[in-house]
Design a protein around this ligand. Structure first.
Ligand SMILES: [Zn+2]
Length: 358
């Protein structure tokens, strides 16, 4: 068996491939403190058919309660349903010669290209990434009022990408009159492709860069966009910490105190729209302004845009990496899409309800 990270999102350090046991660890790179993201490809595994291999990490916060995420093609993902904490096991089947395993379900950037193709959207170059890659964005609509959708301020947080995709498609079908959408799906594009953690990147990560002197061009461009357009709404999609407590559920990381009444109202619509979903927004796990880590002076996307005079609502939604079995709130590509569609419907409903003065 050969293990490598040579694919979009790959991240692994292998210390030993032994008999039935592989010892490995995530690659922290320029992250300050600990983080948990890893993703690797196992190749030349045909000779292992029928054998069970244990993949062992040196930390109990590396593997979900459903085991590892597994894929044959980087496009379709499920859970191994074996192991948790510091390990997972996998029994190789006949003919399986290449597999991808990861901390959670990856979102291949090619999937965003498919979304553009399906919907006739032009994938534009928003700016250059730090490493000079063309950082993609799409815009659509005919209005001069704008809705901004962003994900991957923290590179590894791919559950937010599934949500952004479905919000985008829902708004394409039903965009309130007078509005346009700018979607920037991979804010830390280098980190997404290179498989970085992204969170707590030194000197600071992309979601701490909304300052007077941003170090990342993409943040300078997002700030400039807000200043030169009638930006009304900003929605930023993230994944939370590894697992446990609110990290197992959908929740809002709310912005400023001044934004609270508007977030409350939007939250009520989200409760209604997600009531029949596997992944529900209940409001019970929200982290309000100045609660826990959520300091409203932190220079992040939601706080920055909530303070712009034209902006009526700015909020971050956190979508768990794994979810829970209980209440069917388990993460799958389908359940994340369903959540994103509900979010998209909620945005359209919120705009119509508030603009009609209901
Ligand atoms: Zn995040």
């Amino acid at each position: 068996m050969r293990i490598h990270s040579d694919f979009p999102g790959g991240n692994i350090v292998v210390s030993e491939i032994g008999d039935g046991v592989v010892r490995l660890e995530r690659d922290l790179r320029d992250t300050e403190g600990d983080w948990f993201y890893w993703a690797f490809c196992a190749e030349d595994t045909a000779s292992l058919a029928g054998e069970t291999v244990t993949f062992l990490f040196p930390s109990s916060c590396r593997v979900s309660r459903f085991g590892a995420a597994v894929s044959h093609d980087l496009a379709h993902w499920s859970w191994t349903e074996s192991g948790s904490g510091d390990r997972f096991t996998y029994t190789f089947s006949e003919g399986e010669d290449q597999l991808y395993f990861a901390h959670h379900m990856l979102y291949d950037p090619l999937r965003f290209d498919d979304l553009c193709r399906r919907n006739g959207l032009r994938r534009e170059v928003f700016c250059s990434s730090v490493k000079g890659r063309p950082l993609p964005a799409v815009r659509f609509g005919h209005g001069d009022k704008w809705i901004l959708l962003t994900a991957r301020h923290h590179a590894c947080e791919s559950t937010g990408s599934y949500v952004l995709e479905a919000v985008t498609e829902t708004l394409l079908e039903d965009l309130p009159e007078g509005y346009s959408v700018l979607a920037v799906p991979f804010v830390d594009y280098d980190g997404v492709l290179d498989g970085d953690q992204g969170k707590n990147r030194r000197p600071h990560d992309h979601n701490r860069d909304y300052t007077d002197a941003p170090v990342y061009e993409v943040i300078r461009e997002l700030i400039a966009f807000g200043k030169t357009h009638d930006l009304r709404y900003s929605f930023d999609f993230h994944s939370p910490w590894h697992m446990g407590e609110q990290n197992d559920y959908v929740f809002f990381s709310r912005s400023t105190e001044a934004m609270e009444p508007f977030t409350d109202r939007f939250g009520e619509i989200m409760k209604r729209e997600t009531a029949g979903n596997a992944l529900k927004y209940t409001g019970a796990w929200d982290v309000g302004p100045n609660e826990m880590w959520n300091d409203e002076t932190s220079p992040n996307s939601k706080n920055y845009f909530s303070k712009q005079p034209s902006v009526r609502l700015s909020v971050t939604m956190e979508t768990p990496y794994f979810g829970v079995e209980d209440g069917n709130g388990k993460i799958s590509q389908e359940s994340m899409g369903e959540l994103g569609r509900a979010f998209g419907r909620s945005v359209a409903a919120y705009i119509r309800e508030t603009e009609c003065g209901i």
